[in-house]
Design a binder for this molecule. Sequence first.
Ligand code: ADP
Ligand code: MG
Length: 244
Amino acid sequence: MLSAAPMLEVAAVEKSYPTPQGPQPVLKGASLAVAPGETLAVMGESGSGKSTLLHLVAGLDAPDRGEIRLEGVAVQALDDQARASLRRARMGLVFQQFHLVASFTVAENLTFQARLAGREDPAWTAALAERLGLASLLSRYPEQLSGGQQQRLAIGRALAGKPALLLADEPTGALDQENGDLVLDLALGLVRETGAALMMATHSARVAARLDRRLRLDHGVLSEDAAAPGTQSAAASLKKARGA
Ligand code: ADP
Ligand code: MG
């Protein structure tokens, strides 16, 4: 895995947002690399910039400085149209608030993005529906689904085009723990099976512990999380041990 060329590289990315008090820096030189098939958690408190980083990687927003390369292609050098087709062809996106199309059935929600990208594979779509427990719900509309079912559909939609990279922004954040665990299990199973890489924003150490690697955003700085999976961060324990 280490010898594989990274499928995603984020190099010294900086991003500020304008505020009435002047520009507010959110990312101050974030760098990371993700190998093909690797699963990576981006952790951090609310407001630490997790969503900002995912939006930049998805090419939905542009960094002020630095570069993002997907499979060697500098995303910012592309025009809007080329960037959108790269996103459709190579990435799948899942958000905390499912973002399903209310006027589309489950079946239509599942397939329309893969179809747009010219990557619809009916056998794979049927397998996804089966695996995600949606096969008997295909003619329903999103409002007729539970929250867990809606998020399973959003994950199916994101994987229908067999992306090389799945970007997930707190995908279980709107669900109770039981449904969140189920959705995470299904998503991780499918990600590993398809060989997709996964970059997931989460503030939950429990969720992050399920992935291969953990990075933490703190005051605009991104670093490898020192915590052993499922435990508090090493920095926090050190502070505690010192009585800080
Ligand atoms: P997280 O996902 O970790 O909660 P965000 O990336 O959403 O963090 O936000 C990081 C910081 O940037 C926050 O202070 C937020 O208020 C600010 N921010 C995010 N998006 C915008 C925007 N479009 N315009 C201005 N400020 C923003
Ligand atoms: Mg966020």
